[in-house]
Design a protein around this ligand. Structure first.
Ligand code: SF4
Length: 313
């Protein structure tokens, strides 16, 4: 549950990471193969953007809806072959803390803040026993730093006292931790424990409504309706891909429709800029030639790493 006016973590987006990784996703290509797939994705985006587009009709039947949703997911998988959680972390504890800290801020700002925090307090025991004022100073750049300090110290104490210093891998245990609601719990389960989950953040909700996968605005209902369109095994990566697309192309105010590889399938094509040249200028992160959000992105990420706190950019 959100505490003290700070809404639940995962900031403007979600994260997702499978078990045994250091913030990277499994079944990923590596080295030359990864670069080739990434280049293919960028080329697919270019090609799609150069093709004249007519607004797609909303799917008229359940079968058509499932087909359209799965086609969009396949396209996204091509374009964002390197989709991954955008919080840096090396273990479930770091992911849990980072996700709680991501409420009301960007993953970039969290990633710029957590290295000093985890260097000072590497374990739940260390963080639970910290001086709160020192923790507040370290995480101040993420905003709401007093409430977040209470949450991350509180959850660290609970991990120490009730779970032997380990992050539990069950939803019912995770949601009892201070500052941890369903969204944060699913992020941790999906990415640190390999349990399939859909992360409904602001991007995910906006995009699935644009694609007419659901009309719901309540995250739990969105999760249920969208989940029913896909096999469970797709849920975690679907979340990454949709959030990647929302952060890079299908923005809230000015979606870059004219540079969007999903455009031919999208019933909301034209809600944003359709001129290809103007749309290209709206692209963000690696799509726009800019640094990403992670200071330590996975090896197959085709963009530049984010700068550390205080560096230009
Ligand atoms: S950018 Fe435009 S065309 Fe692409 S998914 Fe969003 S609304 Fe649809």
């Amino acid at each position: 549950m959100a505490k003290r006016g700070v809404s639940e973590g995962s900031g403007d987006g979600g994260v997702t990471v499978p078990k045994g990784t250091s913030g990277t996703v499994s079944k990923k290509p590596s080295g030359a193969a990864a670069k080739e797939r990434s280049a293919k994705g960028a080329a697919a985006a270019e090609k799609a953007a150069a093709t004249p587009v007519k607004k797609a009709k909303p799917p008229q039947s359940r079968t058509a809806l499932v087909r359209q949703a799965r086609r969009i997911n396949r396209e996204l998988a091509e374009v964002y072959a390197y989709a991954h959680p955008e919080l840096d972390f090396e273990n479930p504890f770091q992911l849990l803390v980072a996700t709680v800290m991501s409420a009301q801020t960007t993953d970039l700002r969290v990633n710029q803040t957590t290295p000093a925090l985890f260097a000072a307090y590497p374990t739940p025991e260390d963080l639970a026993a910290a001086n709160p004022e020192e923790v507040e100073e370290l995480i101040r750049p993420t905003g709401f730093f007093r409430a977040k300090t209470k949450s991350i110290m509180g959850l660290s104490a609970a991990l120490r006292d009730e779970f032997g210093g380990e992050v539990p891998g069950r939803l019912e245990d995770l949601v009892k931790l201070p500052g941890v609601g369903r969204k944060t719990a699913f992020v941790v389960l999906g990415n640190a424990f390999g349990v399939p989950g859909i992360t409904v953040d602001t991007h995910f909700g906006r995009l699935v409504r644009r694609w007419k996968w659901t009309e719901q605005t309540d995250p739990d209902k969105v999760e249920a309706e969208v989940g029913a369109l896909f096999p469970k095994s797709e849920w975690t990566m679907l979340s990454h891909r949709v959030i990647f697309h929302g952060r890079r192309i299908c923005h809230s105010r000015k979606p870059a429709c004219g540079a969007c590889p999903i455009a031919p399938l999208c019933p909301s094509y034209g809600e944003g800029e359709t001129d290809p040249e103007k749309a290209k200028k709206l692209l963000k992160y690696e799509m726009g030639g800019m640094p990403g959000q992670r200071l330590k992105p996975p090896p197959d990420y085709p963009g530049k790493p984010a700068p550390p706190l205080g560096a230009a950019g």
